[in-house]
Design a protein around this ligand. Structure first.
Ligand SMILES: [Zn+2]
Length: 304
């Protein structure tokens, strides 16, 4: 069997990957070192068997527009070839592997798209696509790792807010977007859910998705919930109470979220939901966003 890298680090190691931009640049200074780095980190296949003749393939230097990375998998028996990006997150892109890694790195640092474009030489239009691909990973993570908040002896703050100012470059204003924020006081675990309208029934429906029965729920709108049919409230076992102090955890989350969204104004993409998902992913992951996004890319694009 022929391997690109002598070792492939365990997937969990990626979550703790601590690399500065200088080291990343050094470790991805040309095609072959970049390919080795990606194979070592499990982001492209480290070995491959020929589909036609089941012979082990080897890494072969190749030139031409189908082999933009300078190498491909080749079969010594039937001369078949396979792109080294096959099955990976990097497949079907015309950007170089280094450019994509740089985009991931600068995205993890929340650098503005204009700056990322300048540093990577990638057009802002192409960056918008890549940021969407990255946010797709965040969205899949959130779907596959749903939060459950609250429970007996736990308090959850629920509050709504309206996002406006969602104008894009063409000057078109989109309708206001209501978002429901749910924060568990003890852990600061956060969920934000876009909703079409704000009324007690809609909000209760969202709460039942994320909040365990028996939770004490602090909300400005406690009177609305207490006006719901008693049977409905008893079914869920929630207690709605008025805030004894402002719902500061949710308010804090709104401030952070709105600050982030206001920084993004002026970018050409305005996909509200996917930005919200990125925000929530970062809240859940907490730190080392580069290593963690690589971990989840490896998880969803299993090339082993
Ligand atoms: Zn073959």
């Amino acid at each position: 069997m022929k391997y690109i890298s002598k070792i492939v680090v365990p997937a969990l190691d990626l979550c703790f990957l601590n690399i500065c931009i200088t080291d990343l640049t050094l470790q991805t200074c040309d095609n072959i070192t970049t390919i080795r780095w990606l194979a070592e980190h499990g982001l492209i296949a480290n070995q491959r068997i020929c589909k036609k003749c089941t012979h082990p393939m080897y890494l072969q230097a190749r030139r031409g527009k189908f082999f933009m990375d300078g190498y491909c998998w080749a079969c010594s028996k039937c001369n078949g070839t396979k792109n080294i990006r096959f099955g990976s997150f990097f497949e079907r892109s015309r950007l170089t592997l280094v450019q994509i890694l740089e985009i991931l790195y600068l995205w993890s640092l929340e650098r503005p798209q204009v700056e990322v474009s300048r540093q990577t030489g990638v057009t802002t239009r192409s960056l918008v696509d890549w940021y969407n691909f990255i946010r797709d990973i965040c969205a899949r993570y959130l779907t596959d790792n749903p939060v459950e908040m609250g429970g007996p002896d736990r308090t959850v703050e629920v509050n709504e807010t309206k996002f406006t100012e969602r104008n894009n470059r063409r000057g078109k204003y989109k309708p206001d977007q209501w978002v429901l924020g749910i924060v568990e006081r003890e852990t600061n675990l956060t969920m934000m859910v876009p909703v079409d309208k704000i009324d007690a029934a809609t909000i209760l429906h969202v709460i039942t998705q994320y909040v365990r029965a028996g939770t004490r729920i602090v909300t400005d709108r406690w009177q609305d919930y207490n006006a719901l049919p008693r049977q409905e409230l008893e079914n869920h076992g929630y207690t709605f109470v008025a805030p004894e102090r402002p719902t500061k955890n949710v308010e804090g989350s709104w401030d952070l979220c709105k600050a982030k969204f206001s920084i993004m104004r002026g970018t050409s993409d305005a996909n509200f939901n996917s930005h919200l998902q990125e925000f929530l992913w970062r809240r859940r992951i907490k730190d080392n966003f580069f290593g963690n996004i690589l971990y989840w890319i490896r998880h969803y694009y299993d090339v082993s």
